[in-house]
Design a protein around this ligand. Sequence first.
Ligand code: SF4
Ligand code: SF4
Length: 90
Amino acid sequence: MKLIIDETRCKGCNLCTLVCPYSIFQEGTTPNRRGVVVPVLDRPERCTNCRLQKLYGRVLCGVCQMICPDQAIRWVDEKPYEPQKVVIEY
Ligand code: SF4
Ligand code: SF4
């Protein structure tokens, strides 16, 4: 699963940047075509939902999705050939 922010819905309120326990959402710096500064994702593969939602068949954590007032956060299936970034944390 892959975490995405729907730029057509996001209004840049940055509530998501406040709640993620892994600080995956970071405040953006560049306005998009609608003039909205959408947060950027920092190594979203660390998200428990990205890693484990499919395995467990239910949403794990999901706080960002719950707090987003514009339903702009969701997870999509990844294509089998999409490269997976591997992050090693110490
Ligand atoms: S589901 Fe939880 S861990 Fe994943 S991005 Fe949202 S707040 Fe962060
Ligand atoms: S909480 Fe939703 S609307 Fe607000 S910045 Fe995050 S994704 Fe955008």
